[in-house]
Design a protein around this ligand. Structure first.
Ligand SMILES: Nc1ncnc2c1ncn2[C@@H]1O[C@H](COP(=O)(O)OP(=O)(O)OP(=O)(O)O)[C@@H](O)[C@H]1O
Length: 508
């Protein structure tokens, strides 16, 4: 007998004939389910399922549209461009205080190309697998702060563009929109102020180093280094104190007023010179940390033209340190008389281009400019005249006294070398009083014994640091091994470095 169509009952007979006997149980279940099925309901269900994506798209568009109109009519907003230092401050605050509390569930993972400026040479040579870097990822998030409802929205298009830059750490690269309920932007400005204060507190413990991006188009935060105390950079103590006093005096607000009232340009220049590995870069970073300034790094040999140099200087804020590394690579007219081999290391920008940015229209007031060079005798006298270079600081090979201080720094309790030492100073004093005095005395004696075996002004501090890296676990072992190391180093030809690198490469 034929069943009327509108009853909608699907006949169970013969609907599922199992090909495999073992599936009898499944057959029973399915047949029981199918026997109760109403074809009309099945049709409605299928219709709902097919309409669902369209409905979802519609709801999404409606949400976007209504959010857009709510924003336009009932909310105020402020947009912060990507890569602006403010963007980084706002983003860091939002990530730490809002997003992290809710738990970040979405990340972008990529191969870590560069961690600060630390390059693991062994890993490079062995082509070791690299670390994975996870970058937090979100587009729009709402949050309450104080009594106000805010939202922060991130442009994901510019996020993907920023990701192409290997040095980008996932914070502050994309355009941000900050908004709040109401027509006034005052709450947003207050929130931005909070973010700025938060960033200032962070920089109490870190130095932010800015460098040009890989296209040379804009300044990017290249590294955030824990503050290195100036007393960890060893050189002539008198010169160090004179340098610090000079900078402190320059940064004093009364000095600024004095300069302005006497119509003098308010800027200060320093020249750090000495052989490679004597601490020119380390001292610059330590000074930035000591005085709470950001550091803008310009590698002169990498600057493409005078126009680029000028552009760079125009984008540097007034209160900061500008570090001009390897200024001897600057192209001067006198170079044309020199042999061709030296010209290869030359920068494409000229001496007049550099002088122009140092004291021309592009030079903002309130900066500290530090020039570094390994070859001070090659510098043009115009570049180092007073007004451009106000103080010359020589960083030479290590003295016995400095070697002794370095030894103590290497083997003193950890708290001494911590970047946050200033913060936990009370703990430090407490722990030092707990330690028996003899320990400090023994350390002092070992340091003296050690330093007496180091020939005066012969090795660079970085050479000695290399020795300590091999004996960090034991001060007595360091003392026992220093004389053989000195002997080896004294009779080592400079070519040995190249030879060991080549043999390492072959071995890999
Ligand atoms: N005077 C110093 N006191 C303490 N450590 C030092 C000193 N000089 C160099 N070092 C150590 O040696 C390493 C290299 O130092 P740095 O890069 O500052 O030297 P540099 O003079 O700038 O070298 P280059 O001219 O090659 O750029 C760093 O790890 C630093 O800690």
């Amino acid at each position: 007998m034929a069943l009327p169509f509108h009853t909608g009952i699907v006949g169970s007979y013969g609907l599922l004939t199992p090909h495999i006997q073992d599936l009898g149980f499944i057959k029973d279940v399915l047949e029981r389910w199918a026997s109760g099925l109403d074809i009309t309901r099945l049709g409605s269900l299928a219709a709902c399922v097919s309409v669902a994506p369209v409905a979802w798209r519609f709801l999404k568009a409606a949400w976007v549209e209504s959010f857009h109109w709510t924003r336009r009519l009932f909310m105020a907003s402020v947009t912060v461009p990507g890569r602006d230092p403010l963007n980084r401050n706002v983003m860091s605050w939002v990530l730490t205080n809002i997003v992290q509390h809710r738990g970040i569930r979405s990340f972008t993972a990529r191969t870590q190309v560069q961690a600060g400026d630390f390059v693991d040479r062994a890993a490079l040579l062995k082509k070791k697998r690299r670390e994975v870097q996870y970058l937090p990822h979100f587009d729009t998030t709402f949050f309450w702060h104080g009594c106000c409802l805010y939202f922060v929205s991130r442009s994901l298009d510019s996020f993907h563009t920023s990701m192409n830059d290997p040095t980008y750490d996932g914070i502050g690269g994309e355009e941000l929109t900050l908004g709040c309920l109401g027509w006034s932007t005052e709450p947003i400005k207050k929130l931005i102020q909070t973010c700025q204060e938060y960033a200032d507190r962070q920089t109490e413990f870190f130095v932010i180093i800015y460098a040009r991006d890989k296209y040379g188009m804009s300044w990017q935060p290249k590294a955030r280094k824990p503050i290195r105390r100036v007393d960890t950079v060893h050189f002539d103590e008198g010169l160090k104190q004179a340098l610090l006093a000079d900078i402190r005096k320059y940064l004093d607000p009364s000095t600024k007023r004095l300069y302005q009232s006497r119509s003098m340009p308010y800027r200060r220049g320093y020249l750090f010179f000495g052989p490679p590995g004597t601490g020119k870069s380390s001292l610059s970073t330590a000074i930035a940390g000591e005085f709470g300034l950001d550091l803008y790094e310009v590698k002169i040999p990498c600057v493409a033209s005078d126009q680029d140099l000028e552009q760079m200087f125009q984008e540097i804020p007034p209160q900061c340190i500008v570090l001009l590394e390897d200024v001897d690579a600057i192209w001067t007219d006198r170079d044309s008389e020199k042999d061709e081999s030296q010209a290869t290391a030359k920068s494409s920008c000229t001496l007049s281009g550099l002088l122009n940015v140092l004291d021309g229209v592009g030079s903002a007031e309130g900066r500290i400019v530090i020039l570094t060079t390994n070859k001070p005798d090659r510098l043009d006298s115009a570049l180092v005249r007073p007004g451009r270079v106000d103080m010359k600081v020589m960083l030479g090979n290590i003295s016995r006294k400095s070697a002794e201080q370095m030894f103590i720094r290497m083997f003193a309790p950890d708290i001494e070398s911590s970047p946050l030492a200033a913060n936990s100073h009370s703990d430090a004093t407490e722990s030092s009083t707990k330690h028996p005095l003899l320990e400090a005395e023994t350390l002092q004696e070992l340091a003296l014994e050690f330093s007496l075996q180091i020939p005066e002004d012969t090795f660079t501090p970085s050479q000695l640091q290399g020795f300590f890296q091999l004996h960090l676990n034991s001060a007595t072992e360091a003392v026992a091994n220093i004389s053989s190391w000195v002997e080896r180093e004294l009779y080592r030809s400079p070519l040995d470095d190249d030879i060991s690198v080549v043999s390492e490469e072959r071995a890999s």
